[in-house]
Design a protein around this ligand. Structure first.
Ligand SMILES: [Zn+2]
Length: 283
């Protein structure tokens, strides 16, 4: 099974403006037009079974509408090849009610983005949300590290991830962007030096490997070099790494190819390119 565990879509009427705004602030190029239809087409063209859509509520009032859309979208997964997670905002005081509703609607995980949601990952509100998700046997995907559109904002730096992990010991937490985008030395020196974190955390590969340049730096952006990528994979184990692209911000075929070229074994590639995601999603 092949699954892209980290993608984004926008409602058709908002996609053109959202994509051009995000592309400009992040100085990056979209690889689809950002609609669900375009992601379905890319998923099929690239021979993937599913793309997992990670929606983000940037205001607490958006949560219910986004989650209703996610539940509705998931009824069509067998034809669209898209599976949406749920979203939650740290200011949703009725978070446990929302999470239970998602779980009962068949949604297996939630996405949070401390940078877009302007809240530290180790803030009590996120701690409570992640603990609640764990208690419902749901996983949480969080953005990790810096965000390309918000230079220097450290709301989800390795130190804050470390603090969170010490407070609640989650076993189903996925750190996007190989732990923390742009902070990979600290991922190794702080997070992966801790036995519990190293043995329990999941990471996705989204926007971390440059499609052509494996030296660790590409253009004006920071990318993870192949050597360090492999070191991190070996430390946490290939059974806890998830192929993700951040589509539309990376091309799915390019990302599959760059992961295949890193020198991982066929068994490790099977896990990373889809089997780990299938397990988390209960497929
Ligand atoms: Zn993303």
């Amino acid at each position: 099974m092949f699954i892209d565990f980290h993608t984004h879509t926008f409602p058709d009427n908002l996609a053109p403006s959202a994509i051009s705004k995000l592309a400009a602030t992040a100085d990056t190029r979209p690889h689809t037009n950002g609609t669900s239809k375009a992601l379905t087409e890319a998923t099929v063209k690239n021979n993937l079974d599913y793309s997992v859509v990670l929606p983000i509520a940037t205001k607490p009032t958006q949560t219910n509408a986004i989650n209703e859309r996610a539940v509705w979208q998931n009824r069509l997964s067998s034809s669209t090849h898209l599976i949406s997670l749920g979203t939650i905002h740290p200011d949703n005081e009725d978070y446990s009610y929302i999470l239970k509703g998602l779980r009962e609607s068949g949604i297996r995980g939630i996405k949070i983005h401390p940078v877009y949601q302007k809240t530290f990952i180790d803030d009590e509100r996120f701690v409570n949300i992640i603990a609640c998700a764990e208690s419902l046997d749901m996983f949480t995907v969080t953005h990790g590290g810096y965000d390309i559109g918000f230079p220097g904002v450290d709301l989800v730096s390795p130190q804050h991830i470390f603090n969170l992990m010490k407070k609640i010991h989650p076993k189903r937490l996925v750190l996007a962007h190989m732990g923390a985008w742009g902070c990979w030395d600290e991922v190794e020196s702080l997070l992966l030096e801790d036995d519990f974190i190293r043995e329990n955390v999941y990471m996705d590969t989204a926007f971390s490997l440059h499609p052509e340049d494996d030296s660790g730096i590409g253009g004006n952006k920071i990318f993870l070099g192949t050597e360090q990528f492999l070191r991190i994979v070996k430390k946490i184990g290939a059974d806890r790494v998830l192929f993700g692209t951040d589509s539309p911000w990376s091309d799915q075929a390019d990302t599959v190819n760059v992961i295949k070229k890193t020198g991982l074994s066929p068994a490790e590639l099977d896990l990373i390119l889809g089997n780990n995601a299938a397990r988390l999603l209960g497929l």
